[in-house]
Design a protein around this ligand. Structure first.
Ligand SMILES: NC(=O)c1ccc[n+]([C@@H]2O[C@H](COP(=O)([O-])OP(=O)(O)OC[C@H]3O[C@@H](n4cnc5c(N)ncnc54)[C@H](OP(=O)(O)O)[C@@H]3O)[C@@H](O)[C@H]2O)c1
Length: 302
């Protein structure tokens, strides 16, 4: 990668994606890792105090309020963390002549489309989380059109337990499991995502990429299919599962959800492939690596 002259800051360096970004860049270039203790997104003076003294060329912002249902109850907090804070950080980056890579979500869409969403499709979030993240995208790109917004979906990886760990744990104790069959999205392996960023970020000056990009593993699947693949891999690993089959249910039967979820939020990565020439690998292969190659494979009932 042509990043030897980069000085990188990661805000939210200890989350699922932040940890992966730290590992990916940490051995190659100077990286300043900021967690909540060093920079609180809720507090503008904390943001300024942490960032203004630093000298950097590239800043990643994986930190966010990612608790989708909490955002419905704590709307002000959601907008502060997901919209205003990214806007302040983007302005600081612009003032310093640094590029910012901000991470957003498939929840900016209403989920009514019957095929994968492209970057130019109209956004229409149906949750506070989605609306706050969309406002964050707008603030970041208003601060400089050179900044990048990467929309992700169904993120999983070794740094922090996520859906694969949760569904395997459920199958270790429950005799029946169901997941929405109509809900579709694209699983995204955090280790793949950080590697896929390189060809987008480190390009010849005349073809620098900016603006909004969708990025995930290929292709989309239903939530039920994603859960089933997790159980099939867990069974292959030797987990003592009590349930081997995920049956179908629908989103509106899940009482625990306060926030509405988009039914179809599959996103196409074709713009990414057109610009970089790189096609993300399939989500099943990435998930297999998470179970069999990663040091942090789901362990619930081995
Ligand atoms: N997870 C998904 O399925 C998914 C899907 C689509 C898009 N995304 C987007 O991808 C990005 C990364 O997601 P992720 O799964 O890696 O998130 P994550 O693991 O939940 O990490 C979020 C990070 O934000 C930090 N944070 C929260 N509140 C903060 C505050 N007030 N000040 C400073 N830091 C704060 C958290 O710190 P603590 O550990 O101290 O709480 C955590 O390290 C986010 O922008 C998210 O919206 C995620």
């Amino acid at each position: 990668m042509k990043s030897s002259s980069e000085k990188i800051v990661i805000v939210g360096a200890f989350g699922r994606l932040g940890t992966e970004l730290s590992l990916h860049y940490g051995s190659r270039v100077p990286v300043v890792r900021l967690g909540r203790k060093q920079l609180d997104l809720a507090d503008e003076s904390s943001i300024r105090k942490a960032l203004e003294p630093l000298d950097f060329t590239l800043l990643f912002l994986p930190a966010a309020q990612t608790l989708v249902d909490r955002c419905e109850d704590e709307k002000e907090e959601a907008y502060q963390l997901n919209a205003h804070a990214p806007g302040i950080i983007a302005k600081i980056c612009t003032e310093k002549g640094a590029r910012m890579v901000h991470f957003s979500t498939d929840f900016v869409f209403d989920g009514e489309k019957d095929s994968p969403y492209h970057e130019e499709d109209a956004t229409d979030p149906i949750s506070v989380y989605g609306a706050s993240k969309l406002a964050g995208e707008e603030f970041v790109l208003a601060a400089s059109s050179d900044h990048l917004v990467i929309r992700l979906s169904w993120l999983f990886g070794p740094a922090k337990p996520g859906f694969p760990e949760w569904i395997v744990e459920q199958a270790c104790s429950e005799y029946a499991l169901a997941l929405p069959a109509e809900k579709r999205a694209c699983p995204s392996y955090s280790s793949d995502i950080v590697s896929l960023l390189d060809p987008l970020l480190f390009r010849p000056q005349e073809s620098v990429a900016s603006g909004v990009f969708h990025l995930s593993n290929n292709d989309d699947c239903s939530w039920q299919e994603w859960g089933q693949e997790c159980l099939d891999l867990a069974h292959e690993m030797g987990h003592a599962l009590k349930t081997h089959q995920i049956s179908a249910t629908s989103l509106d039967t899940i009482q625990a959800f306060k926030a509405l979820r988009p039914v179809n939020s599959a996103m196409s990565s074709t713009k990414y492939t057109r610009v970089t020439g790189v096609t993300p690998r399939g989500w099943r292969e990435a998930l297999r690596d998470h179970f069999f190659v990663s040091a942090k494979a789901p362990q619930a009932c081995l």
